[in-house]
Design a protein around this ligand. Structure first.
Ligand code: PLP
Length: 352
């Protein structure tokens, strides 16, 4: 038996920590990639109940999943395009992020069919070159958006960009991105737009770049309790614990039913540890698709004993950050890689 437990009390706590950092401004709980592997719907419910104002996803499918589950908080989807089912998204009241003229045209056409204005947030590329309208397209895009506003098809409610490197407050790119964003805001206003939701910050930005907070912070990794800046304690609580019960033991070894087929990185073999009988023991051999072997030494380990791959760290178990480092990746990749094969069990409160 192997499972991932998700502490929804931790997600609620983290939401409150992030909300406090945002002060009077809003907080978006980013629940893309199935809530970073934690279950998008339960994570979203916990975050909204604890005060999150928006939910953030990338695809139409993710947005519709939230609506189908009955979540009615504002949802922003930022990786949709003209080819998506715009009628269904409009019907579901999903706010779309727009970065190109063709996407804007398609949304305006859908609005005309429905006879209502549709809300959009325009995404500006402020230097990350990872999506968003590039600087040379701003005047034309803002101009067209304004025409569609005048025509009653579009309302530009938001203007936003993604801040990279916010974990390093001294990074030169931070100042450059913020000044590019200020320029985008100025150009948008000059074009007659009046976006009232400006947003730039991710988890690291929310927690340590006050000048990037604006009207809304988009929190991903910190919502799940992983400090966005390594080694800095923001009073976040890790939400996921991955554990398994020994299926076979003997000769100083124990076999766990966990492997790369569940999303456990192969790179953990031979370098990482698990917690068993209250102590850490090494993963001795390679991590295979379905199992891994731990060196139990002299411990009296028997079938059914529990081993923890990662958790909050409160009992001495490795954290997801530690395991990600062993695997040469980051906590984002490890968490989102934990597959559907590993059952999720959601706990309403932190277990003592
Ligand atoms: C994933 C994502 C986030 C969340 O980032 P974290 O660093 O995990 O907080 C915020 N904004 C956008 C646009 C994203 O794609």
């Amino acid at each position: 038996m192997a499972e991932a437990t998700v502490d929804l009390g931790a997600i609620a706590h983290n939401t409150r920590v992030l909300k406090r950092a945002m002060g009077q401004a809003g907080l978006m709980a980013v629940v893309k990639a199935d809530g970073f592997g934690h279950g998008a719907v339960p994570a979203a419910r916990a975050a909204v109940a604890a005060g999150a104002d928006w939910l953030g996803v990338t695809s139409a499918m993710e947005a519709m999943q939230l609506r189908e589950a009955g979540l009615d908080a504002p949802v922003l989807a930022w990786m949709c395009g003209p080819q998506d089912d715009l009628a269904a998204l409009a019907e579901a009241g999903v706010t779309l992020s727009v970065a190109t003229l063709s996407h804007l045209d398609a949304i305006a056409a859908e609005a005309s069919r429905r006879g209502v204005a549709l809300d959009v947030h325009i995404k500006a590329d402020t230097g990350l070159s990872r999506g968003g309208a590039t600087r040379n397209t701003w005047p034309e895009l803002f101009g067209w958006a304004r025409k569609y506003e005048t025509g009653g098809q579009i309302r530009v409610r938001g203007l936003w960009s993604h801040l990279a490197n916010a974990e390093d407050p001294g990074a030169e790119s931070l100042a450059a991105q913020q000044s590019a964003f200020a320029e985008a805001v100025e150009l948008a206003r000059a074009a007659g737009l009046a976006p009232d939701v400006l947003h730039l910050a991710n988890s690291a930005g929310i927690l340590q770049v006050p000048s990037a907070r604006f009207d809304l912070g988009r929190a991903g990794i910190a919502l799940y309790g992983v400090p966005p800046v390594p080694g800095v304690d923001f009073d976040l609580r890790p939400a996921m614990t991955v554990r398994a019960r020994v299926v076979q033991a003997g000769d100083g070894r124990a076999v766990l039913p966990l492997g790369f087929g569940y999303g456990v990185p192969r790179g953990l073999g031979g370098v990482a540890e698990v917690l068993i009988h209250g102590v850490r023991r090494p993963i001795s051999g390679p991590v295979s698709m379905d199992h891994l072997v731990i060196d139990t030494g002299e411990l009296p380990v028997t079938e059914g004993d529990e081993a923890v791959l990662f958790g909050s760290g409160a009992r001495g178990e490795p954290t997801v950050v530690e395991q990600a480092e062993h695997a040469g990746t980051n906590a984002h990749e490890l968490l989102t890689g934990i597959g559907v094969r590993l059952p999720r069990r959601h706990l309403l409160h932190t277990e003592a």
